[in-house]
Design a protein around this ligand. Structure first.
Ligand code: HEC
Length: 165
């Protein structure tokens, strides 16, 4: 019977989904699906042009990769601030809550393993305070941060910045 077959399929689907989603449970609990969809759209509209759809960036255009990398900045407090203060983030034409959501989404999806486990998601309030602090020399700040992070951790990959110099 059609109805019961549908029911069975739905149960199978739910079962499959719950297995696939299990490792991501901690990340998913941080935001709902509509939030993730909103972040994806904002990324496409305002970031993808430079950072590319998967966050790979472009060494030629000196756009650093975010994929499997950008979460490293969370290893030091100034790095956490930097991710909000960098012009691409701070000047995005979206409100503080939406920018917080977008950054959390980037960190929990594209940034992969580089994001420290159990990282505290950005809130709109935190983002609002940080994005208002002006940032004058982004290139110097970025390399200083990377140097500092390198000193505190051995698994940091400096390939992107070395190649772009
Ligand atoms: C015009 C090109 C461009 C656009 C558009 C852009 N970015 Fe960037 N982004 C860069 C460049 C270049 C850097 C390297 C730092 C710098 O020179 O500003 C960067 C760095 C970053 C960083 C820090 C990563 C690192 O390794 O330094 C974050 C986080 C970031 N951007 C987020 C965003 C977000 C979020 C958006 C969309 C709302 C966005 N960017 C849009 C070019 C861009």
């Amino acid at each position: 019977m059609i109805v019961s077959r549908h029911f069975k399929n739905a149960r199978l689907l739910l079962f499959t989904f719950s297995i696939a989603a299990a490792p991501l449970a901690w990340a998913e609990s941080l935001y709902s699906k509509p939030h993730a969809n909103e972040a994806r759209v904002h990324y496409m509209l305002y970031c993808q042009g430079c950072h590319l759809s998967d966050g790979a960036g472009s060494l030629k255009a000196e756009v650093p990769k975010m994929k499997d990398y950008v979460g490293n900045f969370l290893k030091i407090p100034e790095g956490r601030e930097y991710l909000v203060r960098v012009p691409g983030s701070a000047n995005a034409p979206i409100g503080d809550e939406k920018l917080a959501n977008l950054l959390n989404w980037i960190l929990l999806t594209m940034a992969g393993e580089s994001t420290p486990k159990g990282f505290t998601p950005y809130t709109g309030k935190e983002v609002g305070v940080l994005r208002a602090k002006s940032l004058t020399n982004v290139v110097t700040l970025r390399s200083n941060l990377i140097e500092k992070i390198n000193k505190t951790s051995t698994d940091f990959d400096t390939q992107a910045i070395r190649k772009s110099k």
